[in-house]
Design a protein around this ligand. Structure first.
Ligand code: FAD
Length: 397
């Protein structure tokens, strides 16, 4: 088959959905096609490790309703080649897709554990991964969660809530070490332990063996961990294969300009796969979070349909850890100068991350509706120090 669309979007995630809707808003008669490797129409990913486990939402609730954009959905197809000169892509079945303007919204792929996996080893990213994990998450089942970052810490909480026995294995000194101040990270470790999670901190998975009724992990401290299933949240790598093969500029992500256009004038990129310049932080970023996916998707869609404004948003992100939660902007990196301002230690407060007198990141811990104020602070020239920051933003709800 030979398909052709005026606007073609590769990837069927949150950035793709936002782009398709934005194109339609600007160009009512637009012919838009989306090609996605997953069999599902675009859906929200964050609930896969949160609301779906609490029973707040069902898989049907997380669908984004992309069809309303009028885009033709070509699902369950992976595009494997891109010829920018011919404006032509091919999928793995040999079908071809022509475009006038192309958006690469291919997202990111989870890093894998260093052994041959079977269905009991889940590198968590998709709705199908959620369904697979749910199948093993019987009350009393032992699930090993590998990784102490966003995905690992959220899934450990979700699985504990589902009645599973959970062991977390992660290389850092504590949950979120390097991102949260030491005291907060230690508090989180205690909180997780108190809720029944076993923590193996400072430990890596060296090897493993996936059997038909359990998985055995060989840990770097010499211990062996046996679990009914293993779920890994080891971070992701941007899915730049098509861009690289097409010769676009790639540097840990597809490099885009202020309109989110790649080094090819007819190709844009958005979401987890794109590397963009942020004026407030004065550096290039690649952000693996929802606000970037939807905001950049929308922006790229508008740009493809002729808008000329710049994407200069500093994306925010958020996470939930049992009954704690936060929103944040910028760089959360404890190698920066860290200023903590707690209303109640580790329960409600604001953490500022400073570099040479400028605020580079703000962690709003159980503190809501302050994202724009935090963004403004990051954009301010300063100079700031601990004394001028304490009390600057309201702490707590
Ligand atoms: C479990 C989980 C929880 C999360 N929680 C939060 C949160 O609490 N807060 C937050 O801010 N962010 C969160 N995120 C991150 C957020 O969901 C992502 O940043 C966002 O989904 C990225 O969207 P995207 O469209 O750029 O890429 P993706 O969602 O990765 O979508 C890309 C799609 O493109 C497809 N694709 C790739 N290559 C091809 C190809 N060659 N041909 C066809 N299709 C292709 C992929 O299969 C995929 O479906 C979470 C992510 C996960 C996985």
């Amino acid at each position: 088959m030979d398909y052709s669309h005026d606007y073609l979007i590769v990837g069927g995630g949150m950035a793709a959905d936002a782009a398709a809707k934005a194109i339609r808003e600007r160009d009512a008669g637009a012919d838009v096609g989306i090609v996605g490797a997953e069999p599902h129409a675009p859906y929200q990913r964050p609930p896969l490790s949160k609301a779906l486990w609490k029973g707040d939402k069902t898989p049907a609730d997380i669908a984004l309703g992309t069809a309303a954009s009028g885009a033709a959905l070509h699902l369950g197809r992976r595009l494997v080649s891109l010829d920018p000169a011919a404006h032509l892509l091919r999928d793995e079945r040999g079908d071809s897709f022509r475009y006038r303007r192309l958006l690469l919204a291919t997202g990111a792929t989870p890093r894998r554990l260093p052994f041959a996996a079977n269905e009991r080893v889940i590198h968590f990213r998709t709705l199908d991964d959620y369904r697979a994990l749910r199948g093993y998450a019987e009350p009393g089942a032992h699930i090993a969660v590998v990784g102490g970052g966003f995905i690992g810490s959220e899934l450990a909480a979700a699985l504990t809530g589902a009645g599973c026995r959970v062991t977390m294995v992660f290389p850092g000194a504590a949950i979120g070490a390097g991102r949260y101040p030491d005291g907060l990270a230690a508090f989180l470790d205690d909180d997780y332990r108190a809720r029944g999670v076993t923590l193996c901190a400072g430990v890596r998975v060296a090897d493993g063996r996936a059997g038909h009724d359990s998985v055995e992990l060989a840990l770097s401290d010499g211990e062996t961990l046996r679990a009914d299933a293993v779920v890994a949240g080891l971070g992701v790598t941007p899915d730049t294969a098509l861009a690289e093969q097409a010769g676009l500029a790639v540097d840990d992500g597809i490099v885009v300009d202020a309109q989110l256009r790649s080094s090819d004038p007819d190709i844009w990129a958005a979401g987890d796969v794109a590397r963009f310049f942020n004026p407030a932080l004065d550096r290039h970023l690649r952000v693996e979070h929802e606000d970037a996916a939807t905001g950049m998707g929308r922006h790229a869609g508008r740009a493809m349909a002729g808008a000329l404004d710049s994407y200069d948003t500093l994306p925010f992100f958020y996470s939930d850890l049992f009954d704690l939660g936060y929103e944040a902007v910028g760089l959360l990196d404890t190698r920066l100068e860290v200023v903590e301002d707690w209303r109640e230690p580790y329960r409600e407060g604001v953490v500022y991350y400073l570099e040479r007198g400028r605020v580079r990141g703000v962690l709003l811990w159980n503190t809501w509706d302050q994202v724009d104020a935090a963004r403004a602070l990051v954009a301010e020239a300063g100079p700031f120090d601990a004394a001028s920051l304490r009390g600057r933003l309201p702490r707590g709800a």
